[in-house]
Design a protein around this ligand. Structure first.
Ligand code: F6R
Length: 241
């Protein structure tokens, strides 16, 4: 595990975008795993700037997002489909058919999860997975649990996650209670993992993930067993290391 600490969230975004850009230079047809939430926004802004400067090309890339809420229309302002269009896909030259987000509207969500895993496998697996981290140590929407779940599955969101994500909705009642999320097995099979965390409210989760025992109670702790993982942190998120 490599840990890189930066002064602020903007610098984390720059460094992360450069690593993703380097991945696309080394392998233009890379399969990228992408995240939503507040933390990746500076990274996506930097990637758009790199694209506009001609330094990054998404034309041969394929992307798979980590997760989506169950039951939100894809054009809902809080859906992760919409988030990715607004914050990255509409601003770079990714082929629309190559940019994937789990289907939270599927009649059979378990089957949709299996299909998503099969598509990632057929694409050759993830070359690089970008992750944020929840205040409870979740990655994707893999919440604290008794076990690690390998495949893409339906998750019941924890109270802590509902509370954290209420900021995007009109009220906590509007936050969907379920999501569909990539599993820990698929994340761990990514050839390289970049975990980004910024802000003091992530400091405990980062510390437990880096220094604590590997436990499904802190899902990100399993990254200690990944052969190529980089934590990119601002000073506040790294404060307890
Ligand atoms: C988002 C995701 C989540 C977030 C995490 C942190 O696709 O999978 O695990 O990365 O909840 O969210 P932010 O960045 O909003 O603090």
């Amino acid at each position: 595990m490599q840990i890189r600490i930066f002064d602020n969230a903007g610098q984390v975004g720059k460094a992360t975008a450069l690593l993703i850009g380097a991945q696309l230079v080394a392998k233009p047809d890379s399969v990228l795993g992408l995240a939503t939430g507040s933390t990746p926004l500076p990274t996506y802004q930097e990637l758009i700037a790199l694209y506009e400067a001609g330094a990054v090309d998404f034309s041969r890339a394929t992307t798979y997002n980590l997760d989506e809420y169950v039951g939100l229309p894809t054009d809902h302002v809080c859906s992760y489909h919409r988030f990715m269009k607004d914050n990255l896909f509409d601003h770079v030259n990714i082929r629309p058919e190559a940019a994937h987000v789990p289907n939270g509207l599927a009649a059979n969500l378990s089957q949709a999860g299996r299909d998503y895993d099969a598509a990632i496998e057929a694409a050759g697996g993830l070359d690089l997975q970008l992750l944020g981290i929840g205040r409870n140590g979740h990655i994707g929407f893999n919440e604290p649990a008794e076990t690690f779940i390998r495949g893409c599955h339906v998750v019941t969101l924890s109270d802590s996650t509902i509370e954290a994500n209420t900021r995007f909705f009109a009220s906590s009642d509007e936050v969907p209670r379920q999501a569909i999320s990539l599993g820990i097995g698929t994340i761990m099979n990514a050839k390289r993992v970049l975990l980004i965390a910024t802000g003091a409210d992530k400091a405990d989760a980062v510390e437990q993930s880096v220094n604590g025992e590997i436990t499904p109670r802190v899902q990100a702790s399993i990254l200690q067993a990944h052969p190529d993982v980089i934590f990119l942190l601002d000073k506040a998120a790294a404060a307890k290391l």
